[in-house]
Design a binder for this molecule. Structure first.
Ligand code: ZN
Length: 236
């Protein structure tokens, strides 16, 4: 019996590799965001790029978002030029979009018969519009031009910036809000939340985008928050 030569081995391996086509996932569309030049270098690298990388890693490359920093939000011409692009804007607490959203949140909150004081504390940290939330294996949200806004002067530190950016990118990938307090897609920033997507977030990602056989990489849920949630639901 003759041992196979190197070239035939390579051929066998090639056949094996190309013969296996059942597990090819449908990839979520690549997203290109045109970023506001007024984001600081730290915000760009330690928060925005960091969050894009995190999504990429935890979905094994399915959630693929890139930012080019070429929007001058102080210049009407530049804003107009990127009108039909996906944009990432730096908002402040006094930006018209922020003020309008704060007002809406306040009214929604009061409609739920909450008290004035508590409702006044609900402040916009980030926004993605038109909002994500489709429940379809065919992802359509990204065909529209999206605006992601981050209210950076409300971020007390880089940790909050990361939580908010991970959350908004989740909307970019078509994910609606989730109920679990440990989830990145929970509607509020929660103290003690770790900077990564939990099982519920990635399940929702695969619901909005076809993940095929790709294994998602959720991180562990935050035990402190789980305990708190449990004691809260038990009324303790
Ligand atoms: Zn949200």
């Amino acid at each position: 019996m003759r041992l196979p030569t190197l070239s035939t081995l390579a051929l066998y391996m090639g056949l094996l590799a190309t013969g296996c086509t059942t597990a090819v996932p449908v990839k979520a569309p690549d997203v290109l965001l045109h970023g506001d030049e007024s984001f600081t270098l730290t915000e760009r690298q330690e928060c925005v790029q960091w969050a894009a990388d995190k999504w990429y890693q935890q979905t094994q490359g399915l959630a693929d978002l890139q930012v080019v920093w070429d929007v001058d939000s102080g210049d009407v011409k530049s804003l107009k030029a990127h009108q039909s692009d996906n944009r990432l804007l730096k908002l402040s607490s006094t930006s018209p979009m922020t003020v309008e959203q704060d007002k809406e949140s306040y009214e929604d909150c009061m409609d739920g018969l909450h008290d004035d004081g508590a409702c006044k504390t609900i402040k916009l940290m980030g926004i993605t519009s038109p909002s994500g939330g489709i429940k379809s294996p065919v992802h359509t949200v990204l065909k529209q031009n999206l605006t992601v806004g981050l209210v950076t002067d409300r971020f007390t530190d880089i940790h909050v910036c990361r939580l908010v950016t991970l959350h908004e990118f989740g909307h970019v990938f078509g994910i609606p809000h989730q109920d679990h307090i440990t989830s990145i897609m929970f509607p509020s920033v929660v103290e003690g939340q770790s900077e990564c997507m939990k099982p519920e977030d990635l399940m929702a990602f695969c619901y909005a985008n076809d993940c095929g056989a790709v294994q998602m990489k959720p991180c562990k849920e935050d035990q402190v928050l789980l305990d708190w949630e449990k004691s809260f639901s038990e009324g303790g």
